[in-house]
Design a protein around this ligand. Structure first.
Ligand SMILES: NC(=O)c1ccc[n+]([C@@H]2O[C@H](COP(=O)([O-])OP(=O)(O)OC[C@H]3O[C@@H](n4cnc5c(N)ncnc54)[C@H](O)[C@@H]3O)[C@@H](O)[C@H]2O)c1
Length: 270
């Protein structure tokens, strides 16, 4: 059922790889709520992904862009405004990748070139997106920019390795750029810290199934699904959250505020 929360709003959605992606679910929900948007992903991901199916369902155009390339981003935001007929009201940054995690490197044996790539793709790209939008004056007043984070920004997780630093940086960029963009154009910038979610990026982390189950037991509401995350993102794009900015918003079923739960005590007592 649509509440027309995004009626008349225009935006750009990064990161829909397949139907499990948080960005994919967000595109479907944003479409249902009346938004128009362009879809984008890295050229290499597009060849493997199924983004054209999603574009058809949502009546969107696809514009390839490597989120680390300022040139690609300038093209993306210029084209998006042309196709959608004006400035934008929302941007979703749903991007994460660590070559060190992909190649199974432990935290004590990092490849530093890859480490820098992790930071560039998963965090600095968020700054590049914001700076490109500002330079092109691509966003309307009260526009909402959201990136996806994970609680490993605040707590140590052995297998999340260099992605933990990327997420800490991502959240910091949301604060610093949110302050700047809020003053100049009333643009809101936030991160949403999501529960472990069964997607390509999520399942790529070793031990994922264990910390998925652990988080489920530690969250009074259980783990938040990708679809539920999409609902929250749509609310953050809507006019109902106009005064929320520079925040890292926990979307985790209560995990981050739980010390221990009865479910976990019961499990460990056996
Ligand atoms: N899955 C989880 O458990 C979980 C939990 C919390 C936060 N997140 C975050 O949610 C976001 C979306 O991930 P997801 O779980 O939907 O997985 P996903 O694998 O479906 O999405 C990750 C996307 O990043 C894109 N990407 C990688 N390199 C890129 C580049 N250079 N330029 C542009 N795009 C690039 C990929 O093509 C892919 O579409 C990520 O930031 C991830 O860290 C995921």
């Amino acid at each position: 059922m649509s509440n027309h929360l995004l009626k008349g709003k225009k935006g750009v959605i990064f990161g829909a790889l397949d139907e499990n992606s948080i960005a994919w679910k967000t595109a479907l929900k944003a479409h249902e709520e009346g938004a128009q948007f362009t879809l984008t992903n890295a050229p290499i991901a597009m060849r493997m992904g199924k983004i054209n199916e999603l574009a058809q369902t949502t009546g969107s155009q696809v514009i390839p862009a490597d989120a680390t390339s300022e040139e690609d981003l300038t093209h993306l935001f210029t084209q998006s405004q042309q196709l959608l007929g004006g400035k934008l009201d929302f941007v979703l940054h749903s991007i994460g990748m660590s070559p060190n995690i992909r190649k199974g490197r432990p935290y004590g044996d990092m490849n530093y070139e890859w480490y820098l790539k992790t930071l560039d793709i998963s965090a600095l790209s968020f700054h590049k997106v914001l700076q490109t939008c500002e330079k092109l004056d691509a966003l309307n007043e009260h526009a909402s920019v959201v990136a996806l984070s994970y609680i490993a920004a605040q707590r140590a997780y052995p297998d999340y390795t260099d992605m933990a630093q990327a997420k800490a940086m991502l959240e910091s960029i949301a604060r610093s750029y949110g302050q700047r963009y809020g003053r100049s154009k009333k643009v809101r910038v936030n991160t949403i810290s999501q529960s472990p979610t069964k997607t390509t990026a999520g399942a790529g982390i070793s031990g994922f199934d264990v910390f998925f189950d652990y988080a489920e037991l530690m969250s009074p509401l259980g783990n938040a699904s990708a679809g539920e995350c999409a609902n929250y993102i749509v609310v953050m794009f809507s006019d109902f959250t106009r005064m929320v900015t520079m925040q890292n918003l926990m979307h985790d079923g209560g995990f981050s505020s739980s010390g221990i739960t009865e479910e976990l005590v019961a499990r460990l007592s056996k």
